[in-house]
Design a protein around this ligand. Sequence first.
Ligand SMILES: [Zn+2]
Length: 336
Amino acid sequence: MNSWKETIQYERNRIIFEEELDSFLPDDILDFHVHVFPEDVIPAGESFTCAGHPIVSYDLDELRSDLTQIYPQRRSLAVCFGFPKVEYDLQRNNDYLADQCDRRQFFPLRLFDPQCDAMDSLLNDLESGRFLGIKPYPDYVRKPDVNQVEIHEMLPARAMEIVNQCGSIVMLHIPRKARLADPTNQRQIVALCRKYPDAKIILAHIGRAYYLKNIIGFLDDLKNLPNLYYDLAMVNNWEVMEHLFQTVSPEKIVYGTDIPLALGPGKSVEINDQYTYVTPVPWDLSISDDHGKIQFTSFLYEEIRAVKKTVARLRLPDRFVQDLFYANGMRLLNNA
Ligand SMILES: [Zn+2]
């Protein structure tokens, strides 16, 4: 089978795994950031592009199989949520995850739409344990310019009161062009964490800080918030990780990838205080390697390489690695 996914089905990735990752990765791996959607969530005739590779579904069977092809001989678990696009069928996506996640290997979060979601259904879903938390998204606010969205619009007070009451998780993809460096975001993250102390807020992609200047100084007001956490999904930049690992308490950091996107070939790179993705095929978020100069591996393996490099530079113990890849995330799930 010839697939766009950069897994050990290809010899080049098997070699990376054996030579670089096998001795580093712990036995148990919990990926806290995975998107899953069954057939018929996307409107007929459309597709979702994984770094330039269109897909029409990504279900739990496919995830289960892919996990064995990226982390051989590991026990791998995942926190799963749907694809937060306004045009997709949110209800079908949520129902699939609630029904199919076994809560032993796969743990469901609920897509949350502040305009269409009923509060009694949200309360019911979180209180009953049907979901362990929510996944809001800037696009659900439906502003003409998504960069003008504010966090409180993604998470209205009545929804947050329910999340807080249930002690649930919020997987937060922050809005706005300056991301972690945006002063409105900074203020609203602090306010959110303080006002809802029992909610567990996770800044996806380390607050989308994919290059060093976007993070330096911008954890100072956040690092002591006891209910704020950080996932590493799609971060390939070891300097960003190094700053995070040195600044926040270790138990606040969870491993996450953004599968299925992260299975695609490519890397996120920093250039002149900005970032872009570089991919072998055209993608609207990337610069593509038209000349075929580079043999790529997955974003996911590039992320683990960056974690490994940071751990070595900071001389962090094995325990740090085990907790990052598993225990920190499990603690969050067990308390949600
Ligand atoms: Zn994501």
